[in-house]
Design a binder for this molecule. Structure first.
Ligand SMILES: Nc1ncnc2c1ncn2[C@@H]1O[C@H](COP(=O)(O)OP(=O)(O)OP(=O)(O)O)[C@@H](O)[C@H]1O
Length: 298
């Protein structure tokens, strides 16, 4: 499976350019699309699932043009939108049964088998008879992914699936997706939460103000901030000064001050130790010193 996004732009009716010449190649496995609120992630997801026609550019799915083969591509897709809703009057299994009918599984026996299988996969089998609107927030989101997976889609698109979930549910959700990524499937996960881009994402992109500012592996992304993450101890007074100078990522209070980690292009006048960067460091470094600067001078 391969998706090729060529020179994609989206200008909304109010002349707002939500996507600006986006080029990406996405292969099988999990692809993480990271970006702050308003970056254009949902716009891109909506184009990929054929809900929105782009103002410019083309998306190729294998050798098919999305613009010419909408129904073929649709039949390959599973989608969990950001604002996923369902009918209140259905029980959990009934909702999935309905989704399975919509996905074209017409034989009842086949449908019920698929529903049971998915309920097991997402850990909702024990609550299958509960009304869907009585599920917890995390369970509702898992029901959302289950409906996206019905009919074995070859492309699964999940838009900000972990917003508002507690850490345990977030990990659970991530595990469901990473199990799925063992198959020959493309999973596109859009998120503004750095922690969602786990090592299970083979490839990722950083979208900011409608433009792709980075594409590659999470490891390559982290590498870009090597030599730019520092650790030091500061007094309470110094904390105010340093946090105005640099983005402070962590601060642990201690006797007389804080132990902090921060990102910077260069540091002068502070007694610092270099820190091995992680994805969060890299994201903050990138947004502060690379992406926004690049944007400013374009
Ligand atoms: N129909 C529309 N008309 C005009 N502007 C829009 C429309 N839909 C989205 N936008 C604007 O386009 C930009 C990108 O929105 P989009 O929802 O794609 O971003 P996002 O990265 O998904 O952010 P979020 O996580 O906040 O949803 C935002 O500034 C948004 O206000």
């Amino acid at each position: 499976m391969k998706i090729k996004i060529n020179d994609l732009s989206q200008v909304y009716k109010n002349d707002f350019r939500a996507l600006n010449k986006v080029n990406l190649e996405i292969d099988s496995g999990m692809f993480g699309l990271l970006g702050p609120n308003g970056a254009g992630k949902s716009t891109l997801m909506r184009i990929l699932v054929t809900l929105l026609q782009p103002s410019h550019g083309e998306v190729m799915v294998n050798d098919m043009k999305l613009s010419k083969n909408r129904s073929e591509v649709r039949s390959m897709l599973g989608y969990l939108p950001q604002d996923f809703r369902f009918f209140a009057k259905l029980r959990t299994w009934e909702f999935l049964d309905y989704a399975a009918s919509l996905a074209g599984i017409s034989k009842k026996k086949e449908r019920l088998a698929a529903v049971d299988d998915l309920l097991e996969q997402v850990g909702l089998f024990d609550v299958r008879n509960r009304y869907a609107n009585k599920l917890s927030g995390g369970m509702k989101r898992r029901l959302g992914i289950a409906q996206a997976l019905i009919g074995d889609p070859k492309i699964v698109i999940v838009d900000e699936p972990t917003t508002g979930l507690d850490p345990e549910e977030r990990i659970r959700f991530r595990n469901i997706l990473s199990n799925l990524s063992q198959k020959e499937v493309i999973i596109i996960l859009s998120t503004h939460i750095v922690g969602d881009i786990s090592s299970t994402c083979r490839q990722m992109a950083l979208l900011n103000r409608g433009q792709v500012h980075f594409k590659g592996s999470p490891e390559q992304f982290i590498k870009q901030s090597e030599g730019h993450v520092f650790k030091t101890n500061v007094s309470f007074e110094q904390m105010k000064v340093i946090s105005e100078q640099f983005p402070v990522i962590t601060s642990v209070p201690g006797v007389g001050g804080y132990e902090i980690e921060f990102v910077a292009n260069e540091v002068d006048g502070w007694d610092t130790t270099l820190v091995e960067p992680n994805l969060e460091h890299a994201y903050v470094y990138f947004m502060e010193y690379v992406a926004n600067e690049k944007f400013k001078y374009q």
